[in-house]
Design a protein around this ligand. Sequence first.
Ligand SMILES: Cc1cc2nc3c(=O)[nH]c(=O)nc-3n(C[C@H](O)[C@H](O)[C@H](O)COP(=O)(O)OP(=O)(O)OC[C@H]3O[C@@H](n4cnc5c(N)ncnc54)[C@H](O)[C@@H]3O)c2cc1C
Length: 715
Amino acid sequence: MVFALFAVAALALGLALRDLVPDLAALKALAEAAATRRAEHPLLAAFAAFSVYVAVTALSLPLASLMTLAIGALFGLFWGTVIVSFASTLGATLAFLTARFLLRDAVTARLGTRAKALAEGFARDGAFYLFSLRLIPAVPFFAINLGMGLTTIPLRSFYLVSQIGMLAGTLVYVNAGTQLGRLDSLSGILSPELVLSFTLLGLFPWIARMFLNRFKSRRVYARWQKPARFDRNLIVIGAGAAGLVSAYIGAAVKARVTLIEGHRMGGDCLNYGCVPSKALIRSAKLAAQIRHADHYGLAAAAPEFSFKRVMARVHEVIAEVAPHDSVERYSGLGVEVLEGRAKLIDPWTVEITDAAGAVQRLTTRAIILATGAAPFVPPLPGIETVGYLTSDTLWERLAGLDHAPKRLVVLGGGPIGCELAQSFARLGSEVTQIEMAPRILIREDDEVSALAKVALEADGVRVLTGHKALACGVSDGEKWIEVEANGASFRIGFDEMIAAVGRSPRLTGYGLEELGIPVNRVITTNDYLETLYPNIFAAGDVAGPYQFTHTAAHQAWFASVNALFGRFWRFKVDYRVIPWATFTDPEVARVGLNEQEARERGIAHEVTRFDIAELDRAIADGTARGFVKVLTVPGRDRILGVTIVGEHAGDLLSEFVLAMKHGLGLNKLLGTIHTYPTLAEANKYAAGEWKRAHVNPRVMRWLERFHTWQRGGSR
Ligand SMILES: Cc1cc2nc3c(=O)[nH]c(=O)nc-3n(C[C@H](O)[C@H](O)[C@H](O)COP(=O)(O)OP(=O)(O)OC[C@H]3O[C@@H](n4cnc5c(N)ncnc54)[C@H](O)[C@@H]3O)c2cc1C
């Protein structure tokens, strides 16, 4: 099929060339003159071709492909291949040496992230990495030569691997050149030989990739015995967001899928994360609104409530959402759900141990690891003695309390720490939040962190940024944590402490070590979410780089489709437009670049702001604080990133996510009707601000003159 497509493409190219090249006779005459010279002085001609080719490749000029075709036409398949093979390798080696010994800094600066990627590839696969690049030039030729000069690959290996790796490609190109050389007339462009040669040229990367993949597979699977038949098409380990979506997609396309969950269906999001935290946030917000009811013309009151009831509601919400992720629902969708701990036995066999200790093994063609992450507990001296809560434990452990903990320490100033600190403060705890970094929500812009801090403090949270936790302990029956700031340390007493300093992917206890699957804080995967073994994939928190439910679900699509259909076509996971939100009050939502990242990465940008204090609906709602900040390409309306701080910022962001995903600029947003009065109008007004800053002054002057003229010339 692919072959046929290429043949048609080559034919079409031939037809196009036939129309485009008006004077083949002149070209032919030129080629004949060159051929005569070559016949008269064969050695000199070969030497000249060789030297020019070396110079072209050493200087990284983009002429190598054309020259290869020409040399093929002039010297034929054998000598053409000999000349190009040695000349290209020598030229590449000269470029390599230049990068290594003469222009190291300049090359490093010029190649930028490419140099880093090449170094990582070489560190991972050694000389085989260079071989695969030579076979399939996924990186431009000049970049391979120069970038490899910055690695530690020995000169000899570079030369040999380059020469061997480029040989097949050289042969295919030179062969196409020889066919071009035989062209007598324009109708010859359609000759079967020429069409075949160019078809081969087009197909070469496919064939090379197939060869490489097969070779790599043989290497990684060498020590395992592949089953002759498989029980399943797909086994998914972990029934959180990533696992559920993967299994769902598998079943939807009629694969035989088994989903294995060792703890609770729905994973962290349903049981310990998004769902309970958002339920708690809602109760806490209502408490705050009652407290500040006078802002709305009512009498302010101290909210009366039982904390136990609030927590009971949290569990009711979990229970209400749980059927969406339940065994029953997924069984109904055609997924076989097994409850038990899964372990990889080999690349195709998974062992499942259920709660009663019964063990079974299943073989499968593909596996998706969706094992998630668990709260990271900082190794503070005394932390185990004083005891602590995490997002895994707090929902159960605090469920029986009549009142929220009186004095609560929240360790961590990230999204989870901020959401919990504000909620507990609103529900009556005296909260101290401890953050080592100079500000909370450190990934966001300074002004976002500042606004969030003001909001948390307004709710009574004592926000201690730049404070390092040193140790915990109990003195006279009172729990304390010692913190240090500006060289001085002091103790803070507390009743409960929540550790919210990050979440570590689950990487142990289910066979990664035994199979030698590399990990580096997350499971190492390639662009297709494949692990070391191309039939084992990872998705969600365990794969990173993001830790969100929606990114887990997004990756699940790529992992499951690649797992089931990757032998025909694979999809690179697309991280171009990733939104997220922190559900503090006001919410903080972002997609794409913020100012801080644009500066760090040297990306030229313009900033447009709209202040939500100006928004009618926000004023009416008593939520007139925050902003919409849009980064655009200078002079253009293309959106690079958006940060929104405000009521329902997470929802408002969706319009920008859609715009970025589909390449819609601010002009398009401005031209879209937004219902009045809604918070969503803030997005349109931000686009309006951008437009105002980009009106053409010359056009405005002309318009002014036009209107003056319309009035009869008076000022
Ligand atoms: C307090 C809190 C609030 C959050 N709020 C948000 C939010 O508002 N928005 C958002 O997008 N994200 C939020 N998150 C993050 C979100 O919960 C995670 O990103 C998401 O759950 C990741 O899904 P996952 O499928 O990768 O992993 P998980 O949901 O962790 O699922 C992994 C599952 O694998 C199972 N498992 C592990 N090993 C095995 C094994 N060997 N055998 C069988 N089963 C196994 C586990 O039991 C678990 O159920 C929050 C997280 C927390 C803690």
